[in-house]
Design a binder for this molecule. Structure first.
Ligand code: PNS
Length: 161
């Protein structure tokens, strides 16, 4: 069993689908590091600091999870943390092609392996983008994101109005 697995993402914001993968991964490795990517190319709604703090609050009941952030290449971050394993969730076939490409590139760049976990079917339709869109137009996001993410989304979108 590897000591450390890195679960990277933009987490803008974290969803219950992400949380489910983190929780399940935490049962297979000693420590899961949730690595929040700066990812300016995606123009996130929440700042890096906000995304990190929402993730921290959301994973706090899971004991062997650490939250961090990174800029630049994921493999460079993995090397800094002495991690050789990345965990990713696959929701549907549509995720597969891009995830496979990234996994193969990470393997080539630094011999970092990727472990894919299938999404719980209850969350396979879920993405941060769809949650933001539903919330923006006043739809219910109950059960889709952790309580802290829902609270911060409401605060952010109310502030925009
Ligand atoms: O939640 P996301 O937005 O799907 O996460 C994508 C993320 C951040 C995991 C991916 O874009 C990434 O690894 N970015 C870091 C830059 C990098 O290493 N790019 C090359 C990957 S082969």
């Amino acid at each position: 069993m590897p000591d450390i697995a890195v679960y990277p993402g933009t987490f803008d914001p974290i969803t219950n689908g992400h949380l489910d993968i983190i929780d399940r991964a935490s049962k297979h490795v000693a420590t899961v590091i949730v690595a929040v990517s700066q990812n300016p190319s995606k123009a996130p709604l929440f700042s890096l600091e906000e995304r990190v703090s929402i993730v921290e609050e959301s994973v706090s009941p899971i004991k062997n999870v650490e939250v961090d952030s990174f800029e630049g290449l994921l493999v460079d971050y993995c090397m800094r943390r002495s991690a050789r394993l990345v965990v990713k969730g696959l929701r549907a076939v549509s995720d597969f092609e891009y995830e496979m490409q990234m996994a193969q590139m990470n393997l080539r760049l630094a011999d970092v392996d990727t472990l894919f976990m299938v999404a719980n079917p209850s969350f396979s339709f879920l993405s941060s983008s769809i949650v933001k869109e539903v919330a923006r137009f006043g739809g219910s996001i109950e059960g889709l994101v952790p309580a802290e993410a829902a609270r911060r989304l409401k605060e952010k979108l109310d502030g925009e109005a």
